[in-house]
Design a protein around this ligand. Structure first.
Ligand SMILES: Nc1ncnc2c1ncn2[C@@H]1O[C@H](COP(=O)(O)OP(=O)(O)O)[C@@H](O)[C@H]1O
Ligand SMILES: [Mg+2]
Length: 301
């Protein structure tokens, strides 16, 4: 599968038949999350700042969508609005076709920082939201155990967060977010604080969980490879104001693994993301008149 640098890369929009068939199937599934002309302004020192403008997106059942973009382009604002932790200043959001706002167990969230309750065991952290929703302790405990098993932490159910590694804490956070059976799992750079090796393990672990659970995932990242490895579609945002620049259907076949990193489809997608996110800056000498700014006259090179 490795790609020799002498051959030209395929167009990132070219899909092999299996990939094209998968996208056709996804589009037939019902829309779980719809965002309709969403906008968010914040008051700023010199008038309102537009963090998000006119964001429209439809995500289908069991689709995995990544949102990528430079720092400050509104990724966290977008996912916080979808989680119901912030309100848009314009536009609407629909889950299963019904307009909705405010936090709700149908939308589970995993943050980058560790947000477990330090005074509760792993099991009690996962049970917490279920009991808050009115589930009996016995039922919540049995549900929590299933989710803890799914994320591979059976042996750690009675441990406290401080006894766990960063990767394990995020596994608990995923179990906790999935336990109430959300329609959509929202993840804001959940592996951003992990070392590279743990991060790679968590990526394949998340794909494994997603294969086994009927859940739609919206995942924020600023890591290009992470987005390509995980996503069906990648929504590329640009900054100031935060707008959708392009939505890419990832042509890399599933099941995915890091072994595909060098494949032509992967590399073609990566090159496109690079173009969008790191637009080529021309050397100043191409465009600027040459002005002498130093009086010294020494060559510096
Ligand atoms: N509560 C807030 N008040 C004022 N400005 C905000 C607030 N939250 C975010 N912003 C601004 O909105 C823009 C997008 O921020 P954010 O969503 O955090 O970006 P990202 O997650 O892509 O780095 C930034 O310019 C940021 O300064
Ligand atoms: Mg952010």
């Amino acid at each position: 599968m490795s790609h020799s640098t002498s051959e030209p890369l395929p167009d990132y929009r070219t899909q092999d038949p299996a990939v094209a068939a998968r996208f056709a199937k996804i589009k037939e599934r019902p829309v779980v999350l719809e965002i309709d002309r969403l906008g968010r302004q914040f008051p700023g020192e010199h008038g309102p700042v537009t963090a998000l403008r006119d964001i429209s997106l439809q995500i289908h059942r069991r689709e995995f969508v990544c949102v990528i973009g430079p720092s400050g382009c509104g990724k966290s604002t977008l996912i916080r609005i979808i989680a119901g932790l912030d309100d848009p200043t314009s536009g609407r959001m629909l889950v299963d076709g019904k307009e909705t706002s405010g936090p709700c167990p149908e939308r589970g969230m995993v943050f980058q920082g560790y947000t477990l309750f330090p005074w509760l065991t792993v099991k009690r952290n996962v049970m917490f939201g279920l009991e808050m929703d009115g589930m009996s302790s016995a039922q919540a405990e049995s549900e929590a155990r299933q989710w803890i098993d799914l994320v591979g932490l059976r042996k750690f159910a009675e441990n406290y967060p401080h006894q766990l590694s960063g990767g394990m804490k995020q596994r608990v956070a995923i179990a906790r977010a999935l336990a109430p059976n959300p329609r959509v799992l929202l993840m804001d750079e959940p592996f951003g604080a992990l070392d590279a090796q743990t991060r790679a393990q968590m990526q394949s672990h998340l794909l494994e969980i997603w294969r086994n659970v009927d859940v739609t995932i919206l995942f924020i990242t600023h890591d290009l490879d992470e987005a390509i490895l995980l996503a069906d579609r990648i929504v590329v945002l640009k900054a100031h104001p935060g707008e959708i620049q392009e939505i890419i259907e990832v042509p890399v076949p599933r099941p995915r693994s890091l072994a595909q990193l060098q494949s032509p489809e992967f590399q073609a997608t990566r090159r496109r993301l690079d173009e969008l996110i790191h637009p080529k800056v021309h050397a100043p000498s191409d465009h600027l008149p040459i002005v002498r700014l130093t009086q010294i006259g020494d060559d510096v090179e």
